[in-house]
Write a protein that binds this ligand. Sequence first.
Ligand code: IVH
Length: 680
Amino acid sequence: MSDIKNKIEELSKQLEEHNYNYYVLSNPTISDYEFDKMLEELIRLEKEHPGYLRGDSPSQRVGGQITKEFKSVKHKYPMLSLSNTYNEGEVRDFDERIRKAGLTDQEYVCELKYDGVSISLTYVKGELVQAVTRGDGEKGDDITANVKTIKSIPLKLRGTGFPDEFEIRGEIFMPKKEFLRINEEMRKQLIEEGYDEEEIFEKQLKNPRNATSGTLKQQDSKAVAERKLDCYLYSLLGENLPHSSHYENLLEAKKWGFRISADMEKVSSVEEILKYLEKWDKKRHNLEVETDGVVIKVNSYEHQKFLGFTAKSPRWAIAYKFKAQQVSTVLNEITYQVGRTGAITPVANLKPVQLAGTTVKRASLHNADIIEKLDVRLGDTVFVEKGGEIIPKIIAVDLSKRDLFIESAGPTQYITHCPECGTALVRSEGEANHYCPNEDGCPPQVKGKIEHYVSRRAMNIDSLGGETIAQLFDAGLIRNIADLYELKKEDLLKLDRMAEKSANNLLAGIEASKQIPFERVLFAIGIRHIGETTAKKLAHSFKSIDVLMQASVETLLEVGDIGERIANTIVEFFANHEHAAIINRLRQHGLQFELSEEQMSNASDKLKDKTFVVSGVFSKFSRDEIKKMIEQNGGKNVGSISGKTSYVLAGENMGPEKLKKAEKLGVPIITEDEFIKMVE
Ligand code: IVH
């Protein structure tokens, strides 16, 4: 047995060493393949011998622990924030205040201010025991399991000389490259699932900081492990730290295996601070991480203590914020995009300009109000800014560059008619966007509806992609989803790049969709605001489209989670004769418009594979009613108790023999109330 223990220890040690080489030193010495093999071996051994699984085992980095609710933990030392400065003068003032306090020969440490999520890590006897978020500064969330998946954070320290117990704080971030990779993948996936640009934009990660905090809040640590987060540590707290100054302690922490940024510098005058700021204002764009400023700290702990704190922040440190990068360029044209839902998005087409390492040609103008507020006009010179966001913003017009010609043209007139189909636009009370109401005739809306219909989560006709839909639409072969079922092979073969085989595939895919269950058909037909969950609920409550089509707003409101907006949309949708006609045609083609017999008899599959023995007298339901509920939820009733019985449902006066048998076989005995909870 102790051989196994040794083997586990040896593997753990080697794997941690390789992790350190790879993630902290950026100097791997074995291949990924070899690493994975060793890790697999460790995981296998730990599974077979769970007694030897340690909290600091490298296998913890793979994740898999589920946290329902993060425990709230009080910080031993509060996590404060820093006061911000925005220009040279304010930095000089900071230095001046310190001098006035009598500290004239000051050592400062300049560090980059990484833009992520701050974390406090506690180590006891060299082992990571707790990782807590900042929270409100007093109390934060215990996200230890998630943090253990971050490869550059040591689970076990190296070297010697660390205190028995201490905290180290830093910033968890998502490297720019990882952020772009995830968004790119998400985009591909969403296109495949039939989402349009507007929706994709809504769903994508907005900036690396949000992405980091979203990732760390995941309940499944495996999901955290899949996103490559990283961490820089920037401050040590504890009783017996090796040095009495900040910089020297960080260098020490580096020897213990922590990732300390090589970009920090110790300086001894305000002039040197300013040099650091100037250098990084330019250089920061080449870093793998987003930074939004510099943190300047007094190095000596004794001086820090002497300077103390204000209510919110230390007097011994400040943050200097870089100016967001701006450029000015000319607005050449405003174009208007029509989304799948008919929402209009105005887009600024700019004279191409370099900004923060990319060429900017377009910027979103959001809606009519924003255009009016900015008073932006064609030909204007505009300031464009790129913060952490992916899409640049127009922040103002450079009025000094506005000539008389532009001036005399007057404010930009928002379009009144749809650029795609010419229908007059509408704007509902309280809504920011204009809409094209021509749902069933406006080309991008029609194509979008069909794309949604065939998408994976709806009818899953994967032989039909966005390009083919556009071709079919342009050739006049489809105008709505029912037309799909009337496509002929000879028509398809006339299309560009459509060979016999793809035509057959396409028709087979369409044919197969006739078997898709009612709830997904209901989602696929694209009633506004009806997502998968609502469609499922409606299908199970109304059981067939005929009943649903007859339902009034009041009846719909009785279904849980359906509010007035959705109820009205449903009634309006079916009141439209064209929609009713399309549904009739689909029905004639054999689509599923009611629950299957199996679904009718199984209200749910909550009790799937479970067997019950029901015995005794019940207070809320009769025994027969209870037995029926078991069946409706996919469970099975059996007459006598055996080792295979999942539950004994016990009422009043249940026979003592049965009770004894259940207890002997270890079959759980549940009450009527407990049963009701199971099927609720
Ligand atoms: S020191 C007492 N150093 O900025 C303050 N903070 O407003 C201790 N941050 O919440 C913070 N890089 O999340 C410090 N090198 C750095 C930092 C840094 C980023 C963040 C941190 C903190 C916020 C301060």
